[in-house]
Design a protein around this ligand. Structure first.
Ligand code: CS2
Ligand code: MG
Length: 402
């Protein structure tokens, strides 16, 4: 079998997505997700200008060699744009391989390690009361695990809270919108929020929270300590993780489980966190992590250090990445949980999937490959519009982590 072409398709059914379609001389094609929120066109250009010509004529089954060719052959290694481009190609090649062999992708990764995959979704509110109400509503939908984000008293607009049906952080505009932040106000409020939520939902529901990179290590340590009695499933992105050893400070002070990694794109971003047992869940997702090929290696490294996966899976990654994460999660032993926010109808109109979701769990059937189809005609009716993730400023105007 030979690769005959690579198409990059940018569309916006509800929000911007970048999809790769790799075609072969046997008529089997594969799909990959190349969506990088706020930088979609950079990945599309990398694929079209630099990768396509390298792939024509290659055997799509040679996933290991092709991955190393694209990673080491670039000379300029790592980074979200490069690794998302490589990730999309890798996912598409694994889709081709499993379709050609007429098995679901997870069968090539180790088969079934479980019969269903637990998911978590987002609950949010403008204030404590609204957030507690939304957590209860999400629990009644059958979710066993719920991420809790709330407006912060005294702050106008903060991460994770929207007055719309589902939370989409990117705004279609010519430059980023600005949000504001006060760590003091946040740290004062969050323990009160979780005290109220835990009291309302009881001990059986897994509660998660995303600090979204904003705290210093010692502030994160304080928050983790103050949340211990509410037994969180995880505290995510407690501090910005460019310097992995910062997590030593958090780890020394609290037993609250730590999750990090949605902005990581290679094993080198998390290697120290893993070998020093500084985290409990790795949040890397298949598309941004370079694809199935490296993610299987990263999951194996994590498994030696009692670390489970918790793939990033917001609605700003497409159902193709979701499917890739589910096949990956089905096969590995150290699966933890899958983020799932659901998709608007327009997205479901373009991306049809064979994975099913009910009562808080995903299931996969025996459909060959990833089990995702992409309606190219429908996609063209949703043209791309530039969008940016917000930026964040402190109350005195200082630029801060968003
Ligand atoms: C968040 C995301 O889902 C999460 O854990 O961190 O909402 C993240 O902010 C967006 O995916 C960025 O595009
Ligand atoms: Mg997050």
């Amino acid at each position: 079998m030979k690769i005959t072409g690579l198409k990059v398709m940018v569309c916006s059914p509800g929000r911007n997505f970048v999809t790769v379609k790799i075609e072969t001389d046997k008529g089997v094609f594969g799909l990959g997700d190349a969506t990088l929120n706020g930088r979609e066109k950079a990945v599309a250009a990398y694929l079209e200008s630099h990768l396509t010509s390298c792939l024509i004529g290659r055997d799509p089954f040679d996933t290991e060699d092709i991955w190393n060719y694209l990673y080491k052959g670039a000379y300029w290694r790592r980074g979200p744009v490069t690794m998302t481009a490589i990730g999309a190609v890798d996912i598409a090649l694994w889709d081709i391989k499993s379709k050609a062999l007429e098995v679901p992708l997870y069968q090539l990764l180790g088969g079934k390690s479980r019969n269903r995959l637990m998911a978590y979704t987002h609950a949010q509110g403008q204030d404590l009361a609204e957030t507690v109400e939304d957590v209860v509503a999400v629990k009644e939908q059958g979710f066993r695990a719920i991420r809790v984000q709330s407006g912060i008293p005294g702050l106008k607009k903060v991460y994770g809270v929207s007055d719309k049906e589902s939370y989409e952080p990117a705004v279609k505009s010519s430059r980023p919108v600005e949000e504001n932040w006060s760590t003091a106000k946040y740290l004062e409020f969050i323990p009160k929020l979780f005290s109220a939520v835990r009291k309302e939902v009881g001990a059986d529901i897994h509660l998660l929270h995303d600090a979204h990179h904003r705290l210093s290590p010692i502030e994160a340590a304080r928050l983790g300590k103050e949340l211990e009695s509410y037994h969180l499933y995880w505290l995510e992105d407690a501090t910005a993780a460019e310097l992995q050893d910062r997590f030593r400070i958090i780890r020394q002070h609290t037993t609250t489980p730590l999750a990090v990694g949605e902005v990581f794109n290679s094993v080198y971003d998390c290697h120290q966190l893993m070998i020093e047992h500084l985290i409990d869940y790795i949040r890397m997702t298949v598309a941004h992590g370079g694809g199935i090929t490296p993610m299987m290696k990263i999951a194996n490294l994590a498994s030696f250090h009692n670390i489970k996966t918790g793939c990033h899976g917001p609605s700003d990654l497409s159902p193709i990445n979701m499917a890739a994460c589910l096949h990956f999660g089905m096969a590995i032993n150290n699966y933890g949980i899958q983020e799932y926010m659901g998709y608007p109808q327009e997205t479901a109109d373009v991306f049809s999937t064979s994975y099913k979701f009910a009562d808080g769990y995903f299931t996969l059937d025996e459909s060959p490959g990833l089990g995702v189809n992409y309606d190219e005609k429908k996609a063209k009716t949703f043209p791309y519009e530039k969008a940016y993730l917000p930026i964040n400023r402190l109350e005195d105007g200082t630029l801060w982590d968003w």
